[in-house]
Design a protein around this ligand. Structure first.
Ligand code: CP3
Length: 354
């Protein structure tokens, strides 16, 4: 394998010294980039981009051509796993994800298969190896999956939801059924992430986008317990290097201590918590990733620089910080503002690493 030319993202996750704070953006390959919209038009639709390794590679690299980002993230979606379990994923323009089949009864859950990464998700494994080859050691490649709870909400609701009416009703009416579903998803996600690691992913992130919708007790039992199970089953070293694991629970700021105990190397933070305070609470155990409010990118470059400066000052000196947004970049952002953000992180962080 080609040696990594820029490994500051992996080093910061493992709390090794870095020259400047590394930065990447959730959803960095996406609709705010005109070149992404052109590739999507050429492919036909979003799923065709994901399912064709050449297209998935092309759009993964687009943000790296524009900006000096410190990591690439596989272009795919968390919902490929339920799709491979037979639910039939599709995207209605402007409506978000939908499933042809939903999961409503214990019998539906018992019938769900655990997908084989090579056979059932081979297009993702091919995308990972293609991207690694094309990156040629420029920066590390991040693989990812959804958390069992977050995937379960989409499978039970049949798509996105504001209130998680059906999935939460199942959790309280039939906890046994929900636990069986979550256990199957934990097994599926473990195999899927290990497949990505063997194909070349150099770090992995678990997106628990909807863990923050749960009560404190339900979060422990129905979300965190299954992420812990996944972390325990992951390949943690490959090709002579550690493969760091990042857990991102949106809305998880109140539970950082218990998330930090789940065995991951780093926690992703949304923008509702202060990163300095988070460091004081869990910084001896894990690295931290985040956490600028993505809507700051609608403001002018001076305001963006000020916010970057505040977050860097709040984290303070030393390694263990990967700069990111607190959630994905949105389609309406001006690409020039994303550039100002990334430049500000590198330029203003050097003094914290002397
Ligand atoms: O970060 C990256 O650049 C990697 C690519 C990535 C996508 N989805 C591409 C995508 C990643 C990491 C995801 C994760 C994902 N997908 C999550 C977890 C992260 C989060 O945002 O909380 C969730 C909940 C999904 C499910 C999903 N996929 C939704 C709800 C939507 C529609 C929302 C929207 O923005 O319209 C998608 C579609 C999707 N996934 C797009 C992209 C670039 C937009 C598709 C398009 O081009 O129209």
């Amino acid at each position: 394998m080609t040696a990594l030319k820029n490994d500051r993202f992996l080093r910061a996750l493992l709390k090794q010294p870095v020259d400047v704070t590394p930065v990447w953006m959730m959803r960095q390959a996406g609709r705010y980039l005109p070149e992404y919209r052109a590739s999507r038009a050429k492919a036909g639709d979003f799923m065709s981009l994901c399912m064709n390794p050449a297209f998935a590679c092309e759009v993964t690299l687009q943000p790296l051509e524009r900006y000096p980002l410190d990591a690439a993230i596989l272009f795919s979606d968390i919902l490929t796993v339920p799709d491979a379990m037979g639910l039939g994923l599709y995207f209605e323009t402007g409506e978000g994800p939908r499933f042809r089949k939903t999961v409503t009864t214990l019998a539906d859950i018992e019938a769900l298969p655990i997908p084989d990464p090579q056979k059932d998700l081979g297009y993702v494994m091919d995308a990972v190896s293609t991207i690694r080859r094309e990156l040629n050691g420029r920066v590390p490649l991040i693989g990812f999956a959804g958390s069992p709870w977050t995937l379960a909400t989409y499978m039970v609701e049949g798509g996105s939801s504001k209130d998680f009416r059906k999935s939460k009703a199942m959790l309280y009416d039939n906890p046994h059924a929900m636990h069986l579903l979550l256990d199957k998803l934990a097994q599926s996600v473990t195999a899927y992430l290990n497949g990505q690691i063997l194909a070349g992913a150099q770090a992995v992130q678990i997106f628990d986008s909807w863990g923050g919708s749960l009560s404190a007790a339900a979060y422990q039992e129905f979300s965190l317990a299954y992420m812990r199970k996944i972390v325990n089953g992951l390949i943690r070293e490959h090709d002579g290097r550690k493969v760091p694991v990042i857990l991102f629970t949106k809305g998880g700021g109140m539970w950082l201590e218990s998330i930090a105990d789940a065995g991951a190397d780093a926690l992703g933070l949304d923008w509702t918590c202060d990163i300095g305070e988070a460091r004081r609470r869990v910084g001896s155990k894990v690295a931290l990733q985040g956490n600028m409010d993505p809507t700051v990118l609608y403001a002018n470059p001076n305001a963006i620089r000020q916010e970057v400066s505040n977050i860097l000052a709040s984290y303070g000196s030393g390694t263990g910080h990967v700069f990111n947004l607190g959630h994905g970049i949105t389609p309406e952002v001006d690409p020039a503002n994303a550039g100002a953000f990334i430049e500000a992180v590198h330029e203003m962080s050097a003094k914290y690493h002397q």
